[in-house]
Design a protein around this ligand. Structure first.
Ligand SMILES: Nc1nc2c(ncn2[C@@H]2O[C@H](COP(=O)(O)OP(=O)(O)OP(=O)(O)O)[C@@H](O)[C@H]2O)c(=O)[nH]1
Ligand SMILES: [Mg+2]
Length: 330
């Protein structure tokens, strides 16, 4: 990046003033892995933290090609009409493997991308899914500080990133293809259980089939344990392409948030997410220092071989390595 870095205060002021160019640069800073950038980014986040928490945080997932981006484009435009300002973030598990963001989201969100009141940010490139998650969480906070009322986090539903996204939002929305139960759609039961609101998309193409799919999911949901006593996930019929059913879908999303608040569960949910986030980082940090330790590196190969050769057990090898690590510390 050719442009000079700002101070943490400089970034914070720009973000809080809703300056989109500075917001974009602040997100780039948060995505950087350079140690001095990481320090500066944390300084920035701490400064804006008192101004976060105000947005409706919504996750949206579903199988590849189900129409997530198309629906977000239409929904985003509808929110703008209501005077709300949406930001759309993408979390792409494959970017952790390919090192780049592949979602051509701006092409599927043309209207929203062209509107200066909205904000769209593709998935950060990171080596691990945990890295993608950290950057996305901090980007969400920056968007809140910049005054966005709704933060929509899109992730492709292939069974890796949904839990991550569900762990950073208030309401998790699952889009389904018309026809075919979750076996066919490749959606794991655990993902259906994460959903607060479900919607069969592309209902314009084959309405009877879509209604049948919605019926099947409603029936299936009876056999799943609801995540919360006061909320039973509804199944809607929508079409992102025509806008059909979107007002009702949005009403369900806001009703879910309202139910959380009425039950006094919003704060506890967000607190739990912060705790989980912190412990994930601690676990990652411990693993990294463990793996880097000379004492561990010396014993790791032989012990792994011993486990594979059947002369010791994974339990004993792990205990030996942990003991060697403990003993090596000053
Ligand atoms: N008939 C119909 N087609 C739709 C609808 N929504 C999206 N599509 C089409 O479905 C295809 C995929 O749409 P996207 O919005 O890119 O889907 P996506 O879920 O974001 O896809 P990935 O991000 O690649 O997982 C496109 O060809 C859309 O035109 C809809 O409501 N009705
Ligand atoms: Mg998409």
């Amino acid at each position: 990046m050719a442009r000079a870095r700002l101070s943490a205060q400089g970034y914070a002021e720009g973000v809080l003033a809703g300056d989109r160019a500075i917001l974009a640069r602040a997100i780039t800073l948060v995505e950087s892995t350079r140690p001095d950038d990481v320090e500066l980014a944390q300084d920035l986040i701490v400064r804006v933290l008192p101004h976060t928490g105000g947005a409706l945080r919504v996750g949206i997932s579903g199988p590849p090609g189900v129409g997530k981006s198309t629906l977000l484009d239409a929904l985003g435009m509808q929110l703008l009409e209501q005077g709300l300002r949406p930001a759309v973030l993408a979390v792409d598990p494959s970017s952790a493997l390919s090192g780049g963001s592949i979602l051509g989201d701006k092409t599927r969100m043309e209207r929203l991308a062209g509107d200066s009141r909205a904000f769209i940010r593709p998935s950060p490139a990171a080596k691990t899914l945990g890295g993608v998650a950290r950057r996305s969480r901090e980007t969400l906070l920056l968007c809140e500080a910049a005054g966005f009322d709704v933060v929509l986090v899109e992730t492709v539903g292939v069974g890796q990133s949904e839990t991550l996204v569900a762990d950073m939002v208030d309401t998790f929305l699952l889009l389904l293809q018309p026809g075919g139960g979750d076996e066919l759609q490749g959606i794991k039961r655990g993902i259906v259980e994460l959903a607060d609101v479900l919607a069969v998309n592309k209902a314009d193409a084959d309405p009877p089939r879509s209604r049948e799919t919605a019926r099947e999911y409603r029936a299936a949901l009876h056999y799943l344990r609801p995540r919360r006593a006061e909320w039973h996930p509804p199944v809607h019929l929508v079409a992102g392409l025509t806008g059909e059913g979107l007002p009702e879908l949005w009403a369900a999303v806001t009703a879910h948030r309202a139910a959380l608040e009425a039950a006094g569960e919003l704060q506890p949910l967000r607190h739990e997410q912060l705790r989980t986030w912190m412990w994930e980082l601690i676990e990652q940090g411990l693993k990294d220092t463990f793996a880097r330790s000379a004492a561990v590196q010396e014993k790791l190969g032989p012990l792994e071989q011993a486990v594979l050769g059947g002369s010791t057990t994974p339990t004993r090898a792990a205990a030996d390595l942990l003991a060697a690590w403990q003993a090596s510390k000053p």
